[in-house]
Design a protein around this ligand. Sequence first.
Ligand code: ATP
Ligand code: MG
Length: 250
Amino acid sequence: MAAYAQIESVTLRFGEKVVLQNCTLEIKERAITCLIGLSGAGKSTILRLLNGLRMPDAGRVTVRGRDLRDLSYRDLIELRQKIGFSFQFAALFDSLTIGDNVAMPLREHTRMSKREIDEIVVQTLDSVGLSGARDRMPSQLSGGMLKRAGFARAIVTNPECVLYDEPTTGLDPIITHVLTDTIKRLRKQLNSTAVVVSHDLGSIYAMADYVAMLFEGAIIAYGTVDELKRSPNPIVQQFLQGSEVGPIPL
Ligand SMILES: Nc1ncnc2c1ncn2[C@@H]1O[C@H](COP(=O)(O)OP(=O)(O)OP(=O)(O)O)[C@@H](O)[C@H]1O
Ligand SMILES: [Mg+2]
């Protein structure tokens, strides 16, 4: 499978703190790549690198072979329209209804009629189990509902790639199942690429084509679910078992 994106020997710091160090990861086209790692390891930061919300201090990030650093502002905006981002914390506009929040990427970046947009918004809200929430304000929704609304907004334009930051964290098992299936369905129907940051091993095992584990600034393991489960690396094993005994410092 060809690469959709590549993170090549990337180092990234926040002030004194080195979050990524010589980090390399290939995102395969038309595959679901799950990214795992401890809290604070830099998983969300990797997603931000992939759509140019952050630039590396060293190394480079390419999408379809183009170095993001070489893109003009306009090209970068165009790229972001092709990459949906479901944020870890929903990041909706408080003053807009859920329907308007989800419709926003369609209104801004397409020439669809109001009727077409309405139809797609209803379908998309349906697909995440939020049919009834269209006219409600974000402040009237539970955390899990907000999360699904953010998810709906990320997928509403059928982007060529979707970055999902903890899409199922804190959601009940049924909705978790629905969203996991939605991620799989999108990848199948639209041949799209997905990168999913998740701590939810059940849903990772159900959807991942590849799993990458981030530890101390770099990817220390990469492979299919089976390959990862069979990894001889004690750090990977401890993480997958969720054991407090092992090489990972608490
Ligand atoms: N804007 C920022 N300014 C300063 N430090 C930051 C910033 N964003 C992230 N960091 C730091 O970078 C590190 C990695 O953060 P990141 O959010 O990528 O981790 P994560 O793996 O997504 O964690 P979690 O599983 O808790 O969401 C953390 O130590 C965090 O404090
Ligand atoms: Mg995060």
